[in-house]
Design a protein around this ligand. Structure first.
Ligand SMILES: NC(=O)c1ccc[n+]([C@@H]2O[C@H](COP(=O)([O-])OP(=O)(O)OC[C@H]3O[C@@H](n4cnc5c(N)ncnc54)[C@H](O)[C@@H]3O)[C@@H](O)[C@H]2O)c1
Length: 309
């Protein structure tokens, strides 16, 4: 009886989330946007993907198709027909466009995942606010900018929030749902329900720098680099210490190389500008030098460690 009740409650929760958010527009088909579009389509949403030109749109769609095939192979190991069907169905649910105004015509939700630049995000959201229907909820996937500041240019602040995914989106379970004071309870509940419906575990937080994960992770990485700069320990020993002593799967210097020094450096620079008195937000000298030398970490073949490309 209880389990029947549970199943019917879950079914209701899922179907009511779908009733609110079914058509999703993803802005930007880069690393994060293509992952968000893929996961939404995989879970039954109709997705419109917006890119700046047909070449980048095509590139995003090819990446999504490749990733869907990988997921399908895992999900349907012994059934190639079902795997193919899964890929075809998800691909059919994604349509591409290069026209911002048209992309939001029937959107229940817009998730923005474009370059990390306030001016460019403002320009985009102003256009979308004019073009989208009243019902459309807006979210930004920004890692380091203030959601409230991004939302300042739209009229629908009650329908705005942060939906912060993690890379790679199809693999990482976490979704940070970021609230701003003007956001309505209905919008918040719709974000949470949608996050669950696409298979994510949602956590809620206020609109503070770095939200939960990056607010803890970025200063931790910077402190480890400062330890290295002072010569307190070698990179290898700092990494070994945190893996074996704290049980972390990766050491902080390895993690810094994996995230990319351009990303960490620009996050810290942005935070330092906004909160100049906070010693945890000071960018690291050796990281700045690596960025100048284009030694960005794993992605460029060298950072604090060297990698085979
Ligand atoms: N990379 C990460 O690990 C990560 C994790 C979480 C959140 N984020 C955030 O996600 C956002 C995107 O990051 P990314 O790593 O996917 O960047 P990316 O450079 O891989 O992709 C951005 C894409 O947006 C497109 N774009 C730019 N302006 C556009 C516009 N006006 N309209 C449509 N498309 C446009 C670009 O052509 C590009 O393909 C950023 O705000 C970033 O802070 C990144």
């Amino acid at each position: 009886m209880n389990s029947l009740k549970l199943i019917s409650t879950r079914a209701f929760a899922t179907s009511s989330a779908r009733a609110v958010i079914n058509n999703v527009t993803v802005i930007g088909g880069g690393l994060m946007g293509s992952g968000i579009a893929q996961v939404a389509a995989q879970n039954g949403n109709h997705v419109t993907l917006l890119e700046v030109n047909p070449e980048l749109l095509q590139k995003a769609q090819t990446n999504i198709a490749t990733n869907l095939t990988r997921v399908a192979k895992k999900l349907y190991k012994d059934d190639p027909n079902a795997a193919q069907q899964f890929v075809e169905d998800a691909k059919k649910r994604i349509q591409g466009t290069t026209k911002a105004e048209e992309s939001v015509g029937d959107a229940d939700l817009v998730v923005e995942a474009i370059v990390e630049n306030m001016e460019i995000k403002h320009k985009l959201f102003k256009t979308l606010d004019e073009a989208a229907p009243q019902k459309t909820l807006f979210a930004s996937n920004t890692s380091s900018l203030s959601i409230g500041e991004i939302a300042s240019v739209v009229k629908r602040k009650d329908k705005f929030g942060g939906l912060h995914f993690f890379n790679p989106v199809p693999v990482m379970k976490l979704l940070e749902v970021v609230r701003i004071p003007e956001q309505s309870e209905e919008t918040y509940q719709a974000f949470m329900a949608w996050g669950k419906s696409i298979g994510k575990s949602c956590v809620t937080c206020k609109d503070t720098p770095g939200f939960i994960v990056n607010r803890l992770l970025v200063p931790y990485i910077a402190e480890a680099i400062r330890m290295l700069e002072r010569g307190d320990a070698s990179a290898k020993d700092i990494d070994t210490a945190m893996k074996l002593g704290a049980g972390y799967p990766m050491g902080p210097i390895e993690l810094a190389d994996y995230v990319g020094h351009d990303t960490t450096n620009s996050i810290l620079q942005g935070w330092q500008k906004k909160f100049p008195g906070n010693p945890l937000f000071v960018p690291c000298e050796s990281t700045k030098k690596l960025v100048q030398e284009k030694k960005l970490g794993v992605k460029s073949g060298e950072g604090y460690y060297k990698y085979n490309k």
